[in-house]
Design a protein around this ligand. Structure first.
Ligand SMILES: [Zn+2]
Length: 290
């Protein structure tokens, strides 16, 4: 009995000191490179379109300029604009000028503030590995940037969700952007690939439900027009889809007001219970919460 009492006291004290962590929710970010809002409207994506009823969404989330990949992914991961994080080229793997002090990705913040968290990143484009601050991540694994690679990545994530129940995951797919560059953003091939991506997103979402309480964040870095995403074409390049659904998120809710990449990070941090640096400018999308 004495031992039991001591164990209870230790557990209560540890909890009070924040050393026993209860993960209230799992956040799964699904990153689709090169997904334009204009193309989404036309797309045959039955699962993702059903999310408009199942969660909160906007087709008006803006990317930052220049409208290229590493710049926008780093903004999504770090919660700050390029002038602060310093990644200015489509394929920057390090800051192109000295960063503002105190820049940390959401993966690093989660690691620091919830040290026992399992954090998963899967990706298909090597630059992503350089952007997430990989030493903060528990498991980071590349997959082929092909249709087969998409399915292998989903299968791997499904097993990982089941076994490790990561508190924060990024499941990144680069194949849609490649299809846009090769065939064009309004091509039949791009639109067919969007339908494939729909099944990929559905696969990740169904697999992650094995973890219980999950919030999903589905978004992109930029859209595209012609065979590139250069230039500030609002509908085709700058305005991009954002879907957030799951535990505690309103259903059938159009996100209010304009949104931008940094808002996604700030909102994820709120869901994860992460304290964010005071200089973050992202707006928590408060209206999405029940
Ligand atoms: Zn991109």
């Amino acid at each position: 009995m004495k031992r039991v009492l001591i164990a209870v006291v230790v557990a209560v004290l540890a909890s009070a000191c924040g050393r026993v962590e209860k993960a209230p929710v799992h956040v799964v970010m699904i990153g689709i490179d090169g997904w334009s809002a204009a193309e989404f409207r036309e797309a045959d994506m039955p699962f993702v379109k059903s999310l408009m009823e199942e969660g909160a969404w906007t087709l008006d989330k803006r990317c930052v300029i220049p409208t290229a990949s590493a710049i926008n992914w780093m903004t999504l991961f770090s919660g700050v604009q390029p002038e602060y994080h310093g990644y200015t080229q489509w394929n920057s793997t390090a800051p192109d000028f000295t960063q503002a002090a105190g820049i940390k990705t959401i993966f690093r913040l989660e690691r620091e503030q919830h040290p026992s968290s399992d954090i998963l990143v899967t990706y298909q484009w090597d630059v992503i590995r350089s952007l997430v601050d990989s030493s903060a991540v528990t498991t980071i694994l590349p997959f082929d940037q092909t249709e087969a690679g998409d399915f292998e990545e989903v299968d791997y994530a499904a097993d990982y969700f089941l076994q490790k129940s990561p508190r924060l995951s990024l499941i990144y797919f680069g194949t849609l952007d490649e299809t846009g560059h090769e065939y064009g953003w309004k091509s039949d091939q791009y639109r067919a690939y969007l339908t494939h991506i729909d099944s990929v997103v559905k696969g990740v979402a169904e697999a992650a439900s094995s973890m219980g309480d999950v919030v999903f964040v589905l978004t992109t870095d930029h859209g595209g027009l012609g065979k590139s995403h250069t230039g500030c074409y609002v509908d085709d390049v700058m305005q991009t889809p954002l879907f957030i659904w799951g535990k505690g998120i309103k259903k059938n809710h159009k996100i209010e007001g304009p949104a931008i990449q940094m808002d996604v990070t700030a909102t994820m941090a709120r869901i994860l219970g992460i304290e964010t640096p005071s200089f973050w400018t992202g707006r928590v999308l408060e209206d999405i919460f029940e």
